[in-house]
Ligand binder design. Sequence first.
Ligand SMILES: C[S@@+](CC[C@H](N)C(=O)[O-])C[C@H]1O[C@@H](n2cnc3c(N)ncnc32)[C@H](O)[C@@H]1O
Length: 207
Amino acid sequence: MTFHVKHQDAMPDDLRRRLDAFAAILTRWNARINLVSPRDLPHLWDRHIADSLQLADLVPPGARLADLGSGGGFPGLIIAIATGTDVTLIESDQRKAAFLREAARATGTSVTVLASRIEDADIPQVQVVTARALAALPQLLDWASRFLAPDGFCLFLKGRNVTDELTAAAAGWHMTISRLPSRTNADGTILKLGNIRRARHSERAQG
Ligand SMILES: C[S@@+](CC[C@H](N)C(=O)[O-])C[C@H]1O[C@@H](n2cnc3c(N)ncnc32)[C@H](O)[C@@H]1O
């Protein structure tokens, strides 16, 4: 089988081999479970792998990271493959969690896979929380704030609704916001959010 995977020029051979192994196993499993849209398979590199890889440079060395709703491994498993970061992948779908374990094994990557709902997950604090294509920003912040260390930050890959989502989130949260343009998606933004605190009135509303 041929994978339509376009490689970045300066990618080390070992990383390229491991990402090829990831693409191969995802393509095999995708015949049985919906990890990515079948229409996306020919564009696996651009739409999913490279989109995830652009976060790798933003993760500080030695950080612990939790990826929420990892699905087929985007972005958390790709970051772990590229950086060796200590990553916990939280995914409630048991079959997708099985895929994540198998893909980690096949690519020689050490990760923790938690086959659990985010709401039920109990993990040590992390410095970075990532998520992509999971939920609107207020919900993501609610989930991420349970896991984040005080000096931690979130990296969320967002689409064209990012401004509306930031407006909605501002009603319940204080945070520092960096909006970085996606290198892989013309409509995409990488949101880097730090100093995340619930707004006081929102604490009262929560009881
Ligand atoms: C649309 S997919 C996105 C997957 C991946 N992040 C990506 O970008 O391709 C959302 C994933 O989040 C998982 N998910 C949704 N709600 C969840 C929850 N409350 N706890 C854990 N996983 C959840 C779903 O099973 C699904 O695999």
